[in-house]
Each structure stands twice: as C-alpha cells, then as structure tokens.
Write a protein that binds this ligand. Sequence first.
Ligand SMILES: [Zn+2]
Length: 569
Amino acid sequence: MDSQSNERPPVKACHVCQGARIYYLFSTSDYRVVRCDDCGLVFLNPQPSDNELARIYNANYFLGSDSEEGRHVVGEIKQATARLYLSEIRRYHGPENGRLLEVGCGDGDFLVLAEADGWQVTGVEYSAAACEKARLRLKNGEVRCGKLQQAGMPAEQFDLCVISDVLAHIRSPLDFLREIHRLLKPGGTLFVATPSIDSWSARFLRQKWMEFKAEHLTYFDRQTLQTALFKSGFHNVIVQPGWKILNFDYIQKHFERFPVPAITPALNFAARILPKRVQLRHRRMVASGIMVFSQKSEQRPQPVLSVIVPAYNEAKTFAALMDALLRKDLPGLLMEIIVVESNSADGTRQIALKYQNHPRVKLILEDQPRGKGHAVRAALEAASGDYVLIQDADLEYDLEDYDALLEQLVAGRGAFVLGSRHGGRNVMKMRQFTGHHSLSLFFNLGHRFFTTLINVLFRQRLRDPFTMFKVFRRDCLYGLEFECNRFDFDFELLIKLIRKGYRPIELPVNYRSRSFKEGKKVRMFRDPLTWLKALARLRFAKIDPMGVVGQTRAAEPVENSAKAGNPKP
Ligand SMILES: [Zn+2]
C-alpha cells in the first residue's frame, strides 16, 4: 500500500461552478460534509482515500444482504426497478434501439433486461467480482472491468448511456460526464439516477439522511445536476422523481443497518406485527432520488445570448434601445436580438423594419397585439441562444447590468437570475411615483403581500419576484408549456421554473420606475383576486415535462426526434 492511496484528497474548487466559497455543514461518520455557497452543491471535503473506498467496495458491496433469501429479495427489487427505468427511458428516448452503455453496471441486473429488450449492451464496472457475474449473465453484451476513463473507448459510438446510482461515487463528476459526452453519438441520450438532496427524505431526515455515507462523494439536487449536465454538453434535461421499487422488508433492513432515532424502532416494531407477505410486497415509491434524462448537444465555439424585445407602442424609446443593444459588447458571448412587434399604432413597426436586415436581428411581426406574454412566447420559439434575456423596449432597465447577471449563468452558479429592483442596501427604488404617495403605498403593500405569499408557497426567499428582468438558460424551458398571454406570463415563467427545481438568484439592477402617464401598461395588483387564483393554479397544476416531450415526439417525424429542441408553447 503506497502512502498516496491512504491520503484523503481535498477538493479545492466546487465541482460544478469552480467556486472557492465552500463552507462546512456537519460531519458524517468521520467525513466533513461541505456546501458551495455559490451554486449549492454539497460534497465531502476532503474525500475518502483510495484505500478507504476499496475497503467499502469489497466483494460483498453489491450483495445488499447477508442471507441467501435476502439476496433473492434484493435481486427481485433491483430487477423491478431496472424494468421501471427501461420503460421511462423509452418514453424519453423514443422507440429506436441501438448501442447501450451502462457505467457501474454491478452484477448486470439492468443490462440483462436491456439486452432482452433489444439493446446491444456494453457495461463498465469497477469491481472485478461483479464484472465476472455480469459477463456470465449476458448473451452477447460485453463488460469492461475498471474505470470509465481508463477504458479508452472510441468516441461517438453509443445511442444511450445509463448511470444509475453511480454519479455520487465519482471523484470528479464533471470530467466523468464529459467522458460520457464524448462516447455518445450526436443527440444520444443520457439517463442518470442519483440521490437528490432536495428529496423529501433528505429534507425530513436532515443529517440522518440514509444517503450520507463515505462512498457518496457528491450530493446533487435538481438544480446542481442540471447545471453539471449543461456544463458537460447536455441539454433537453428532464428531471423526474426517482421512482424505485421497494418493499417494507428492504426499508426496515436498511434502517437496521443505518439506525435513525424514532424511525428504526418504529420500523422494527412494525416488522414484528406485519404479516410477512405484506412486508415483501413490491411498492413503487419515491425515496431519496431523481431520474434525469438528457441529450448530448452540439458544442458551439462560442455561447449565444438571445435578447428578446417585445415592442408595442414604444416608438419613443425603441430605436435608442436597439442601438444600445447592437453596441453592447459581451466578452465571450455572441448576441442575437429577437424583436416582436405587435402592430403598434404609434409607428414602432416602421422603426423596427429598419433593423430587419441586420445580421444579428430577427424580427417577428404580429398581426395584432395579443399581450406581452404572447409576444415573448413567439420570440422564445425563434430563439437559438444558450441564454435568454427579456428586455422591455422602454429602457426601464440598464444594459450595464447584463454582464453581472450573465456571469452567474456562465459560471454555473445558477440557471435563472432575476434582476432585483431593490438596491443592494434595501433601497426601495420601485414604484416611487412622484406626487402619488397613496398610490405608491398601495402598490408597495401589494408587492409585500404577494412576495410573502410566493415565498411561503414555493419555499423561496425572494425580495422581488415581480421583476420583469429575467435571464435564464434557454434549456430550462424544455418540457414546460406556457399559456399566459399577458403580463401574467412573467409570473407563470417564474413559477414554472421554480417548480422545475431551479432556485432563482437575485441581483440588484438599476431600474427607473415610470409613472402611469409615461405609458406603464401593467397594473400589477389591480385585481388581487385574479392574482390569487393564478397563484393557486400555478402552485397545484400538474407539471409533466415527460408528457410534453412525449407529445412533441409523437407529433414529429422519427428522424427529427433526436433534436426535439424547442419547447412548444
Ligand atoms: Zn459551486
């Protein structure tokens, strides 16, 4: 044993955002659990040494039980879960078979089923004992023993890659995802099943969460995993609750091995009184993880920002805004500008037409005004950028703020940034209508009330959820459907992104409030009842990205299904 393999390697920068602001949370079985303050990733730091990990992954690691009967039950449960994964992958990937790679294939439970389902399978497995077993069980499939990066496989040969309960074990998860990206064919599918720190069990059990263990080096959640995938070249991400097939017996044995106060004694008591057949019955449940589906995207030499400008009766400010946008230089980013002109009555259309042939401008002409939300949705369909920024044509916001907002996205600290109109030091800049003090008070009270309501309903700590200045990764929209046509679209967008698992980052921006005389079209709290109803609908409406993707795939010819790029509003 060399001394190096006894050393616990430190993590110097966050795996996802490269940030260095990493703070201690608590310790679990002699390991420090830390959190990146910038993106929220949780991980062990330092990581266990090679020797410590080797002791954990001994020959019995995959057995899951000490007795022959127990192993049989665990095997059945694993197979049922593998069957569930296969059918979910079908929904996302489509009906075509091809070459499948599973990294961390263990004894081959999943590969055996996938082979029977018509896939040409390859497995990679670190444990030599598990490799041997998997090889014996497969008909034509091959199993490579060792680490993925050392297998040295040629690029672009797989249609589908599966990593189930593997990513948390990897020392350098982004390098691992990039290697998978290299091995997949263009448009190929990646399926990830992994524990998620925003699952109900993690929130409920906190430091006693069953997934906190030495061999789990990184703890993703819906947001950090989507960012990790984005940064490794995957898009069209869909996150589903991590359904697993389990039974009572399995759960009770688990908590016997890893005791949790109150829960372990309660389960032990139930085990004594419940009939055996009830304890062994398979149940589909969400325990602690997520299933994530994504596709390999084409890497661009330079990322693109789509600036969306809805323009309706903005003749006074429109040209100034367009010229400022076209002058704006964003280091490292290209910019496309998408203008949606909604047949204004004040000559905005004539001004917009002057920009029609500019190589960086896409002009969409609407026959009639159907609301700002409708215009933005039309622009989103035409957008091709990696990032999207919605800029009102009235120059209420300051273009100088773009750089700071975008930097958050490019670094991977978040996927979705709100420009907050409250200044850095709690200066209330918003709605100070000169000479309308009672009006200001009314709006500010309404703003406070709805802000609190949103924070409570969606477990956020936002200060200004009603800002229209939003910047986000375009991929966030994948699988979402929008129906709001007016100013409520801003709100629908915010809430659907939060419900998809993104935590908005708020940054202060420069904002000049316009009085109603200057043409403010939104009367935010004019009708509080409508807003309350909209909130309730958005909170409880079913969000089913997989269903949306399924419909999109069904509607298009098979050869295009590999790039179901734009979400259909
Ligand atoms: Zn980070």
